[in-house]
Design a protein around this ligand. Structure first.
Ligand SMILES: O=C(O)CCC(=O)C(=O)O
Length: 297
């Protein structure tokens, strides 16, 4: 690892954090945090392991690393995965599509996830994609495997990463580090750099100036990555994680800006962009009222 390019600081870890303090200290100011007891009540913590998936669903076909695998064989590889022979990463699979019968194992939902405006009805045709963003996604991988890209989540949505089993090492950089992140031209939330631990500083010299956070996430812990924060991860052991994306009054302006830019690139019509901006503004007002009235999620 090149020490000049390594993230230097660590993250705040909290227990017993109320939903109100989470919103005031972390959500609205866009500060990342690990909440160490967020998932304590979930049956999944005592139940889900690679072995559990292997025993229960040996023949189920899943996609990982761009190929189809029988889950039993994939879990076998996850359990013996190493840096030299990493198991393909099963990732971003909607849990409710793959294993709907396991949803009771992740109840109750942590209060920090609400409100999530991505769960509310969105009728404009250009924003239907947002509802997908609120789906709970499943990640299962083995030691030595990494998330393939340094990135921030699309449309500056917030990410909640919930560790069910095993241990991961995260690398997180604030939005003010973007000048050192080498975004892919035309794809501003993905970096061209995919290895933050051994970066190619000849190709990406400015990355040597990047300052970020690195820390482990253990079973039972939840990581909040605010919208616009760059992040990536490496697995230290076999690992099972869930993720949810969210938007609400804390990041709706950023989301609206990015969505209008995206739609404008596809349909370069000023009228269409203004209509979308008006729709997103109306949703902001409506959802703010719903939050005040205490609507769920
Ligand atoms: O694999 C992981 O834990 C990281 C997932 C992630 O970065 C994301 O879903 O945005």
């Amino acid at each position: 690892m090149n020490p000049t390019a390594a993230p230097t600081a660590t993250i705040e870890r909290r227990t017993g954090l109320s939903a109100g303090e989470f919103r005031r200290r972390y959500l609205h100011p866009h500060q990342p945090v690990v909440i160490s007891d967020a998932l304590a009540a979930w049956p999944a913590l005592a139940r889900w392991t690679p072995q559990f998936f292997q025993d229960r669903y040996p023949a189920k076909q899943v996609t990982a690393g761009g190929q189809t695998h029988a889950l039993g064989a994939l879990m076998d590889h996850v359990l013996r995965s190493t840096k030299d022979d990493p198991a393909p990463y099963l990732r971003n699979e909607p849990l409710a599509d793959l294993f709907p019968e396991l949803l009771p194992d992740i109840q109750p939902p942590p209060a920090y996830l609400s409100p999530n405006w991505l769960n509310r009805p969105l009728t404009h045709p250009d924003v239907a994609q947002l509802n997908r963003g609120a789906k709970i996604e499943l990640f299962i991988g083995g030691a030595g495997q990494s998330f393939p890209v340094l990135h921030y989540d699309g449309l500056c949505t917030h990410a909640f990463l919930m560790q069910i089993y095993g241990r991961k090492q995260y690398f997180v950089y604030a939005p003010d580090q973007t000048p050192f992140m080498y975004p892919v031209p035309g794809d501003p939330n993905r970096s061209q750099l995919n290895d933050v631990e051994s970066p190619d500083l000849e190709k990406f010299p400015l990355f040597a100036q990047a300052r970020g956070l690195t820390f482990t996430l253990d079973a039972g812990e939840m990581l909040f990555v605010p919208g616009g924060w760059w992040h990536t991860v490496r697995m230290l052991t076999p690992s099972i994680t869930l993720s949810v994306n969210s938007a609400n009054s804390s990041n709706w302006r950023m989301l609206s800006r990015d969505l209008c830019r995206q739609v404008y690139r596809i349909h370069p019509s000023r009228k269409k962009r203004l209509k979308l901006a008006a729709y997103l503004g109306a949703q902001r007002a409506l959802n703010t009222l719903k939050d005040w009235a205490g609507s769920p999620s």
